[in-house]
Design a protein around this ligand. Structure first.
Ligand SMILES: Nc1ncnc2c1ncn2[C@@H]1O[C@H](COP(=O)(O)OP(=O)(O)OP(=O)(O)O)[C@@H](O)[C@H]1O
Length: 557
């Protein structure tokens, strides 16, 4: 550590880039071998942070460098670090590496290691760099540190492992360590390395030069600065000071896309699901991402049938489907252009239900199934159940020529990046947000119900929790248990039923089953629905489609 006395920090605020007097690498005092290596890499002039940091580091100063992402901080410390090691005369007698570069992630460790190795190779100097990972065994660590190497790159978690494996000792570090770099310092503490770093500070010799590189100025950086550095030079590049300027380079154009979408899943309260459907059908958003919780039921059902039986009669299979139920099944989505099976359904029945959300009534639609190799079996089964009837185009599942292998390949990395961020915690948080939002929405619906009691009626026909009839004493709610609002709502429901002609006597006369089905909002949701007599099957549901929406933009599920 350069100086142990508490003195006010020496702050260098770099001026605006255009006012900056540009210096060359030669003028910064960089070794010609390094300059030649940089030229081979296509780098001929230093970035602003390099211009300020390189001379200070060469002079042996402790430095805190805060510069935005992509500003060249890695070379800002690596170039002077290597140059100092070129002339490190006592390196032969060392028992531990002369330089430690601590980074928050294994990926970053690999990146820094690659960069150092390449510079060493291009400079043709006898320096050795090693990279450690915390998954290495004691013998791996020992083999890596034999020599010892000049530079060690790792996460802070590797250091205590080296101590416990006795491949690094306090005395060896004390006699050898010349330069310590904390790269991406703003992340080191948030990645949980505080204890490792604190434990390590006890072994850092006083003479050791400490460098702290960071893209942001956070409380964590301040903490580390106090822990490791004494009276350092603080380099703050222009525009560093708030999150906006710290992380976003000026040369990045930023855009946003308004893809109107919503999520529908069985976890949402029934009124929220209805609300979402209502908005989708009214064309408020273009994409609906829905889970298919009918899968388990379908699986149970299909397991009961033998494959042979199912294949014997497709008609029979379809009749079976009609008695099934799920969140996706039966809902009358409007104007759906495409159904995308991101994961294949677990049965042919599920497939038919899903793709039945499009092509309703006389409208046309398409379905695209993304079939992974382990879904080929069910895909073949679906094809076999549907039959490859060449006279009936709708039963043919064709290869989708628009989705070429090249098109998929070009999006692979992007998709993988996104997939990485879909962690359990992220999903949990998103669900929580959804629920919270929808509960608020349902609060908004209160006023709507007062004006539209019919909608309240629809809501009352929620998915039945159990087919078992309620115990007789639970059939009616005694008056003393009803709060005034419930009583008021109940009156409204009765009145609206009477107005629609859907009272008890009618139900007794007509088909009870049919009435229930037509009112079941999960099976046929429509904000304006009640008069339509619906039939049970997928085809007949389609014929009932509401043509008044035909002019609307088509959407995807
Ligand atoms: N003087 C230079 N001229 C041109 N390119 C450079 C120069 N210095 C570094 N680069 C290149 O700029 C890119 C960004 O550098 P670097 O990774 O060091 O940025 P950083 O400031 O550490 O960013 P982050 O905070 O995101 O890690 C790298 O590809 C590096 O090779």
């Amino acid at each position: 550590m350069a100086e142990t006395m508490e003195k006010p920090p020496k702050v260098i605020e770099s001026k605006e880039e255009e006012e900056e007097e540009e210096k060359s690498f030669e003028e910064l005092g960089l070794d010609p071998r390094l300059i030649r290596a940089l030229i081979k890499k296509g780098i001929d002039k230093p970035t602003p942070i390099q211009q300020v940091a390189i001379p200070l580091i060469l002079e042996g100063k402790d430095v805190v460098a805060r510069a935005k992402t992509g500003s060249g901080k890695t070379f800002a410390y690596l170039l002077p670090l290597l140059q100092k090691l070129f002339t490190d005369s006592g390196s032969k007698n060392k028992l531990a590496p002369s330089a430690f570069v601590l980074v928050p992630t294994r990926e970053l460790s690999q990146q820094v290691y690659t960069e150092v190795s390449s510079l060493i190779e291009l400079c043709r100097v006898q320096l050795k760099v090693v990279q450690l990972t915390s998954s290495m065994t004691a013998s791996d660590l020992r083999a890596a540190l034999v020599g010892p190497p000049n530079i060690l790159v790792c996460t802070p978690a590797c250091i205590p492992k080296c101590f416990s494996a006795d491949v690094l000792q306090s005395a060896s570090i004390n006699s050898s360590l010349e330069i310590l770099v904390l790269d991406e310092a703003d992340l080191l503490l948030s990645y949980g390395y505080e204890d490792d770093i604190k434990a390590f500070t006890a072994h850092i010799p006083r003479r050791c030069q400490c460098l702290l590189m960071s893209a942001t100025s956070s409380a964590d950086v301040e903490k580390l600065k106090k822990l490791i550095l004494h009276n350092p030079f603080i380099l703050t590049l222009p525009e560093v000071g708030n999150i906006k300027d710290e992380v976003i380079p000026k040369n990045v154009q930023q855009f946003w896309f308004g893809i109107k979408s919503a999520v529908l899943n069985a976890e949402l309260p029934q009124n929220s699901r209805l609300h979402i459907l209502e908005e989708f059908n009214a064309g408020l958003f273009d994409y609906l991402i829905a889970t298919d919780d009918s899968q388990t039921k379908e699986k149970e059902e299909t397991n009961r049938e033998s494959n042979a039986e199912r294949r014997k009669s497709r008609k029979h299979a379809k009749q079976k489907l009609d008695s099934e139920f799920g969140v996706v099944r039966g809902i009358d989505f409007k104007n759906v252009h495409t159904v995308i099976n991101f994961e294949m359904p677990e049965s042919a029945a599920g497939y038919v239900h899903r793709i039945g959300r499009t092509g309703r009534a006389y409208s046309t639609g398409a379905s695209v199934s993304l079939v992974s190799p382990d879904e080929m079996e069910i895909f073949e089964e679906i094809k076999s159940v549907l039959g490859n009837d060449e006279n009936n185009d709708s039963n043919l599942i064709s290869p989708f020529s628009l989705l070429s292998k090249n098109a998929v390949e070009s999006l692979r990395y992007r998709a993988e990046d996104i997939a990485k961020s879909v962690t359990k915690v992220a999903v949990k948080e998103a669900r929580f947000q959804d629920l919270k939002k929808e509960i608020l929405n349902s609060e908004k619906l209160k006023a709507h119900f007062e004006v539209n009691p019919r909608d309240l009626d629809l809501l009352k026909h929620d998915k039945a929790l159990s087919k078992k009839p309620p115990a007789p004493h639970l059939r009616d709610v005694p008056d003393y248990l009803l709060d005034p609002k419930t009583q008021e709502a109940s009156k409204l429901v009765k009145l609206s039923r009477a107005a629609m002609g859907n009272n008890k006597s009618m139900r007794r006369e007509g088909s009870r089953k049919k009435f229930r089905k037509s009112k079941d909002p999960l099976k046929t949701f429509s904000a304006e629905a009640p008069k339509r007599a619906r039939k049970g099957g997928i085809k007949s549901e389609g014929k009932d489609g509401d043509d008044s929406h035909k002019h609307k933009k088509k959407k995807s599920i």
